[in-house]
Design a protein around this ligand. Sequence first.
Ligand SMILES: Nc1ncnc2c1ncn2[C@@H]1O[C@H](COP(=O)(O)OP(=O)(O)O)[C@@H](O)[C@H]1O
Ligand SMILES: [Mg+2]
Length: 285
Amino acid sequence: MKRALILINAYTKNERALNQPRRLKEEFARLGVHAEVLRNGAPELLVNWGMGYDFCVFLDKDRTVSHLMEARGVRLFNRADAIEVCDDKTRTYLALFGKFPMPETLPAPLCYTPSEPVPENFLWAVEKRLGLPLVVKENYGSLGGGVYLAKTHGELRALAENLKLKPHCFQRFVAESAGRDLRVVTVGGRAIAAMKRQNVADFRSNLERGGVGERAVLDGEAARLSEEISAALGLDYCGVDLLFGREGYSVCEVNSNAFFGGIERVTGVNVARAYAEHICREIYG
Ligand SMILES: Nc1ncnc2c1ncn2[C@@H]1O[C@H](COP(=O)(O)OP(=O)(O)O)[C@@H](O)[C@H]1O
Ligand SMILES: [Mg+2]
């Protein structure tokens, strides 16, 4: 029997997150693969680490567990390294630096002394370099939750102060793209769907922040960029967020664990099926 493991986060109750394993399981069943869904931390996982399954669709981001599983020879979708690089926005920036257009991004210095204020000369240098408004991002944020806009030096200082114990970075604000971006999904290195997201009430276009998705034409430039990024990061599946700039697209971020419910609904493309088929081709030929 063909057997797959789908691993999800230990705690999540988010309905959009729980849709992922449900849809994939359904599509695997169509292809004759029995998929078992386990939460990270499930007792049997601590013993077998996914061995005994043909592969694991890793829908969590736990980098210790993903690497432990790979060390035992389990093929993960996505691979552990790819998930790890996408999880951290500054690592993604580094990995794509010089190869793809991205808004300039500056890392925040590490802070081990919370009683000390964020150095003013650093904040002024960030403001001078990136201009205002500028974007402040938690390196490990998602669904728009860790992304902020600093419109004044005071806001910049307050945000930096609040975030100083968490890894974060500062990014040039692409004003032309305020409240909108293009989400492109790639499977097996091919761009298969695109959705324009627009939010009239917030600069963040995430559907979770009130953004509204609509089917978009997958133009050549967006497809090429997304496919090359997916290859550069070794991703089997991803959602690339592209910002609209004066000189074309720039890369906002790459989501190794992008939810596909929204883009499936808006575009009619069966993303889960495409991903399951890609995985089966890789594993069973
Ligand atoms: N540099 C930027 N310029 C303009 N808008 C941005 C910029 N960075 C992020 N955004 C907006 O904020 C949203 C969330 O940012 P993103 O980096 O994708 O984080 P998340 O992982 O939370 O989705 C993006 O989809 C985009 O609409
Ligand atoms: Mg995003």
